[in-house]
Design a protein around this ligand. Sequence first.
Ligand SMILES: [Zn+2]
Length: 452
Amino acid sequence: MPGQTLACLARAEEVLGKILSGEMIDDLREEFPAYWGSCLCFLDVPDGASKRLSGLVFGKDPSRVGGLVTVTVDAEQTLLKLNKFPRSPRGIRVFRVWTTASPRPLQGCAWPPATLGAVLRWQHALDKRCERKIEKSVRDSFVAGYERVFCLVTAPRSSYGFSAALPNCRLGGRTARRRFLDRRVMLKSRIQRFTPWRVDDAYVAQRSNPGGATLGGIRIVLVGCGTIGGYLADLLTKSGAGGQGGELSLVDNDVLLPQNIGRHRLGFNNVLRNKAEGLAEELLRGYPTAKIIACPVDAMEMSFRGIDLVVDATGEEGLSHLLARKLSGRHQIPSLTVWIEGPGTAVRGLLRDAGNDACPRCLRGEGGGSIYPVVLGELPHRFAGEGCESLYVPFAATTSVHAACLGAEMALAWANRKSTPKLRTRILEPGFTKGAEDFDPPRASDCSACAT
Ligand SMILES: [Zn+2]
């Protein structure tokens, strides 16, 4: 132990020496949030938003546990996301300044800054233009009668904020106003430092795939809210479906029965309830600002006009063929079909977003067999169900999750214009080998489903 302590001290001495000699600047920039402050601030501001920012303060003191400041372009939407917090936030004046300087602690500046004067001195060394903007905005806020302001500084790759308490300019009349406008008084205003955490829809969906497209802003219809569709709806929502002006419609006219629960996304709290309605309510609990629409109807009665992508997760081949026919024609609608093969032996996905792509019916050869067999050799046949329960194919919930994962991956690949290969197979049961490699199957010219 003493050896480790001495080694730590030696390392600390080395780091301190490098900092004092102006080295390790990049490290200081990277670790800036740790140096800046820990007051909680949620930032519900999408990239490129030009709307006026507003602020909400939850709790008496935002620096205490349970306290929170939120900066937003849409207070109504943000309040929906924060419905677990008490519903009585106070408003706070927010202004935003941009800087080209990446923030980092500086030698010769009081650190961390505790007053407005200390912040301005620090900004003076980093970016004089930013310093002037902050000072002007604070003065303007005071003259406008605000007693508290929040400043959000947007820097390259990061942002940080602070709030400052201002005296009431209406109290004390001209004398108080003059005193504050005396720079020496203003500089003594105490501040609280905030490190913002982004909560806007685009960031939440894109964080796992930086730079990639999400399913936000897209109109998606998911047909089938059964064992595959339930998990798939969840994954599509995590990729942004229903957000940023898009929508996710859930279609199913079936009700959840007790025997479904063992491999369904929903549980006993939704038994005997329509699956689409139960699923929509469940998802909206976690994504309250998403546009998720329950459609408890027969998919064949739906209109798909204006829809960007139809996802068929029914796992029913007959219905997939009927749906393929409905989506074909002069204005073919992109579609994705996912299903389970055998008793959980494999899962498959087929994307169709061009006129010469195969539909699920095109994969069937003469006599009904698959042209592109899922496995080498025969698929096993297993059934369960006794007494008054009808026969069913037994597979675990994990199989449905695999199918949902494949569907979500293919939907996201389509959104990123990387739809190839359009027929994908994942073998799940040990001992089986894929019967056909993943590729783009062509449309069958005599297909009874997609022939136009
Ligand atoms: Zn076809």
